[in-house]
Design a protein around this ligand. Structure first.
Ligand code: APR
Length: 234
């Protein structure tokens, strides 16, 4: 029976692939107001702006590749049962070969009718469509007649996968956090579900404020920190 590793990732794991983070200098939220382009209110106020923002995010994915950190995370599956629980909406974990990826905040390559996947239908993903890297416009309607929207958890919306993610962290023998500022809840609180006997590692070059003495902080970028982490497992 393989030991289980829960890998909690944020934008930092994709930084070395050339995708921007959100809160570092020059990050996405320095250039765009998340309340305008990534919130439920923003969608209600000006859906065209939100569609354009995610069209840009989606198009960027066409030109970037997984980096060594994504690949090393995927390679853990040789010796461990690995659950990747990511806040990222990019598809780089899957493209690097990870086979169990939970996207807490949705996926940039996917869209859905705007009147589905909500409290009323139990967050059903039955009508979710993968559009790859193509643009989606106002007026692009689903078969049920509703406007298509990004399959993204906007600010102000529920995070339906958080319970599943917490269960997976609670089952892990090792918890690894890579490249997140741990500022957005509920994702930021997930590592606290780790069992007392499970070691928790953090890979991040910055001095992320973790008031938890048991976390072993590898202060390196993801590609270097993953090499160190893999070395520690041997
Ligand atoms: N390697 C590892 N970590 C890095 C690297 C790198 N090369 N470069 C930056 N980082 C770290 C930063 O130090 C920071 O701690 O990645 C983290 C990025 O933090 P954020 O930009 O806040 O991204 P994230 O934590 O993923 O944001 C969480 O906020 O806006 C929402 O939905 C959005 O999923 C996102 C969530």
């Amino acid at each position: 029976m393989k030991k289980r590793i829960a890998v909690l990732t944020g934008a930092g794991v994709s930084a070395e692939s050339g995708l921007g983070t959100y809160r570092d200098n020059g990050g996405l939220w320095d250039n765009y107001d998340p309340m305008v382009v990534a919130s439920a209110e923003g969608w209600a106020r000006d859906p065209g702006l939100v569609l354009d923002f995610y069209n840009m995010q989606r198009a960027k994915l066409r030109d970037v590749r997984p980096n060594e950190a994504h690949r090393l995370i995927a390679s853990l599956e040789k010796d461990y049962t690995v659950d990747v629980i990511t806040q990222n909406v990019d598809n780089l974990h899957e493209r690097a070969g990870s086979t169990h990826v939970v996207h807490l905040h949705g996926e940039a390559t996917k869209i859905r009718p705007e009147n589905t996947c909500n409290d009323a239908d139990g967050y059903s993903e039955k009508y979710v469509v993968d559009v790859g890297y193509e643009a989606v416009r106002l007026g692009d309607k689903a078969p049920n007649g509703a406007q298509y929207r990004p399959h993204i958890v906007f600010f102000g919306e529920a995070v339906p996968k958080i319970e599943r993610a917490a269960d997976l962290v609670g089952q892990a023998d090792i918890v690894l956090i890579v490249g997140t500022s741990l500022q957005v809840y509920p994702a930021a609180g997930l590592y606290r579900y780790a069992r007392m006997e499970a070691p928790v590692y953090l890979i991040d070059p910055a001095d992320v404020k973790l008031y938890d003495s048991r976390v072993h902080h590898i202060r390196k970028v993801a590609t270097e920190g993953m090499k160190e982490f893999v070395g520690m497992l041997k």
